[in-house]
Design a protein around this ligand. Structure first.
Ligand code: ADP
Ligand code: MG
Length: 718
């Protein structure tokens, strides 16, 4: 691989092997890492395996933390339970077999001037073949002194000695995400070799932005991360990189929204009151203030010609459906059709019943279109949709994939939108139309996300929320039950059943051995409970591997009160509403996400009796413990979402976005809330000054935005 010689400050040939230019040009940034002195093809290949191809990639491979060996502690002065860094010499090392299958421990004897201690590694047997007696090394880990003096190693580093040793031991030493083949030490040497090239880092932030927020240049920020002189430097460097990343994202998201707004026209759905008033008059309850507020927002949005793109958040039971029904009513009275899209057949059927009841007073009969509807009947219904006789349509993705034609589609409501895959959402976006015949779009989700995340994941949408649950909802008391209290908990459940209430038992798997060993399966659990602890009660079973008819029958029997206890997988997460069910037992709760656990327990406490949720779990990891503690402590889904963000980071949630990058490299939303707000503000200012980002100082920024949103090539052209 060669790089055009003229592109560098100096040509490679004339500068001699390994020499780097004095004033590096931008081409260096894109040069492969084996152009660095001391980096050969083998190392380049290992670097490639972790996504480092170019010198720029290497420079952006940031340390995950720093070690300061000035703070190395003497072995003689350690105390129980502390985490400490030690500088030691290795005396002996061996692999120790354990009784636990699959677990191997490496144990080493190490010493310094003040004493000796054992160092222990879990599941890194290869170390016994790599480390040798006499090795000088730094280790960091947790100290315990009884029953024996031992440090459980979290990180270690062999000190090589020699001229460049200072790189690995002096001052703040960066620790890079590394692999066995490419250890942190080697990465540190590579980054050091690239040091003279840092000034080649392309600067995409215009100087007015840097000045306003007092941010360092990109080159300085990277240098601060890799070669910090003080503990503050990496922080300011990282802040700059995170800000830049968030700015690019916000620019893109705002541009997406603008693009949609100018490029698309929807039917303006002006309310006349004809239908809405009848629907409102027929409601069996009055709307809460929150529902009224959101209903007003939606009503205002959809009377415009500009297509609505709104996300409505509200936990399970918050009362989103009636808001959707009112919007449908407005569409109908404006002479248009409305479609409600849901992720599962069960939910579609449930929605049909609910909407049927809500819209009946206005004489509207919603139509169901799912894969389950027999072909002939489906043809008939699709015809009704095409001719406009069907005014409100409820359906699954069958509504998207087939060639269902609407006569005059004005509004699409997507319920439980987080359960749709990316492809389905894209199909939807295409389906609801481009150009002149776009539809208004209302996304609803029961998995609330923190506002910071909403801005990032859904920056192209407007967001509303219904907080809290409607009046009349019962509290749900949640208890985390340990194995030894199982009998006791079952007695609590039986007591409820004897009072005539019903209970769910949720298992993470359908059948045993499906994934991992030990998790309870619905099929076996149903048998066990029916023959054992609940032999005096009627036990039902519902799971996703059943035939739809069988599953429906099981759910219907439970809804009708013909079974007392329903053992199920998460198929009941949505789409079942049994007011008489007051107990939710969740097995292996640590296998579910926090949002899902919260959704599950929302299935009880829906009637006149308070709900009870018993979660069984023995989480192996700290995160699991924190999640369960949070679940027990609060019933507020928005609060839980915040906690979840702190525990998990945003990684998996970012995939919710419809366009643009799906993850963040530098920013962490739980930590960079302020940068996010700043980025949003700056993005608006920049786009106001220069809507296409074409002024010289914005050109590179514009390129970065386009690169981040490759599926929207004309993003900034509007
Ligand atoms: P979700 O937000 O989970 O979709 P739903 O719309 O299904 O919630 O509402 C849950 C239940 O609360 C329904 O049975 C509905 O009839 C009832 N409900 C909705 N709004 C109110 C209200 N303002 N007062 C009393 N009950 C309500
Ligand atoms: Mg709902």
């Amino acid at each position: 691989m060669s790089v055009p010689a003229g592109a560098f400050g100096l040509s490679r040939a004339s500068s001699g092997e390994g020499a780097l230019p004095h004033r590096p040009g931008a081409a260096w940034w894109r040069a492969p890492v084996d152009h660095l002195p001391g980096v050969g093809p083998a190392t380049a290949e290992r670097a490639g395996a972790i996504g480092i191809g170019t010198i720029g990639d290497l420079a952006e491979h940031l340390p995950s933390r720093y070690l300061s060996y000035d703070s190395a502690r003497p072995i003689g002065g350690l105390s129980e339970g502390e985490e400490a860094t030690l500088r030691v010499t290795l005396d002996s090392i061996s692999v120790v077999p354990t009784r636990r299958r699959g677990l191997r421990i490496v144990r080493a004897k190490v010493h310094d001037d003040s004493g000796t201690i054992s160092a222990v590694w879990f599941n890194q047997a290869y170390l016994a073949g790599v480390l040798e007696p006499g090795d000088e090394m730094m280790i960091r880990g947790k100290v315990s002194l009884r029953p024996q003096r031992q440090v459980t190693v979290k990180a270690h580093e062999v000190l090589g000695g020699g001229a460049s040793e200072g790189l690995h031991t002096e001052g703040l030493v960066p620790v890079y995400p590394a692999t066995e083949a490419l250890p942190a030490r080697r990465l540190r040497e590579m980054v050091d070799a690239a040091r003279p090239l840092m000034p080649a880092a392309p600067e995409i932030l215009p100087s007015w932005v840097r000045a306003r927020l007092a941010l360092p240049t990109r080159a300085d920020a990277l240098a601060a991360m890799h070669f910090p002189r003080t503990a503050r430097e990496p922080r300011s460097g990282r802040r700059r990189l995170a800000f830049e990343e968030l700015l690019v994202l916000q620019l893109g998201l705002i541009a997406v929204r603008r693009h949609e707004e100018v490029a698309r026209r929807a039917l303006p759905l002006a309310p006349t009151g004809e239908v809405i008033d009848l629907v409102r008059a027929g409601l069996p309850f009055t709307l809460t203030a929150e529902q009224e507020r959101v209903a007003r927002q939606v009503s205002r949005d959809i009377r415009r010609e500009r297509p609505m793109r709104r996300l409505l958040q509200g936990e399970v039971g918050a009362g989103k459906t009636v808001v959707a029904a009112l919007a449908c009513a407005q569409a109908v009275e404006a002479g248009a059709q409305a479609a409600i899209l849901v992720p599962t057949e069960t939910l579609a059927e449930q929605h049909l019943r609910t909407l049927d009841a809500l819209l009946a007073p206005a004489g509207i009969a919603p139509v169901l279109i799912t894969g389950n509807v027999p072909r002939a009947e489906r043809d008939r219904r699709e015809m009704a949709v095409a001719t406009g006789t069907a005014q409100v349509v409820v359906g699954t993705q069958a509504l998207l994939v087939g060639d269902v034609r609407f006569q005059r589609l004005g509004l699409v409501v997507v319920d439980e939108q987080h359960r749709f895959g990316v492809e389905q959402r894209q199909a939807l976006a295409e389906r609801v139309g481009s150009g002149a015949d776009a539809a208004h779009l209302l996304y609803m989700t029961a998995t609330p996300i923190p506002r910071t995340l909403a801005l990032t994941a859904y920056g192209d949408l407007r967001v509303s929320a219904i907080r809290g649950r409607p009046p009349g909802r019962q509290d749900i008391a949640t208890r985390w039950v340990h194995e030894e209290e199982r009998e006791d908990a079952y007695e609590q459940v039986r007591a409820e059943l004897r009072r005539g209430r019903q209970a769910y038992v949720i298992c993470p798997m359908v059948e045993a051995g499906e994934e991992g060993i030990g998790a309870r399966s619905a099929v076996e659990e149903a048998r066990r409970l029916a023959e054992g602890p609940f032999r005096d009660f009627r036990v039902g079973l519902a799971h996703g591997a059943q035939k739809p008819d069988e599953r429906r029958a099981a759910m219907a029997a439970f809804a009708a009160g013909d079974t007392d206890l329903l053992v199920a997988t998460t198929v009941v997460e949505v789409g079942i509403d049994v007011p008489n069910a007051t107990v939710m037992v969740i097995e292996d709760a640590d296998r579910f996400g926090l949002a899902q656990l919260h959704q599950l327990r929302g299935r009880v406490g829906r009637g006149e009796h308070p709900g009870m949720c018993l979660v069984f779990a023995e989480p192996a990891a700290e995160d699991g413990v924190r999640r369960l503690e949070a679940l027990v402590q609060t019933n507020d889904g928005f609060r839980l979402a915040d906690i979840d963000l702190d525990i998990r980071g945003e990684g998996s949630i970012m995939g919710l976005r419809q366009s643009g990058p799906t993850d963040l490299r530098f920013a962490r939303l739980s930590r960079d809330r302020r940068s996010l707000a700043e980025a949003r503000r700056i993005a608006k200012v920049a786009l106001e000054r220069d809507p296409r980002l074409e002024m010289p100082e914005h050109v590179l920024l514009g390129q970065a935005v386009r690169a981040a949103f490759p599926d929207m090539p004309r993003l900034l052209d509007a």
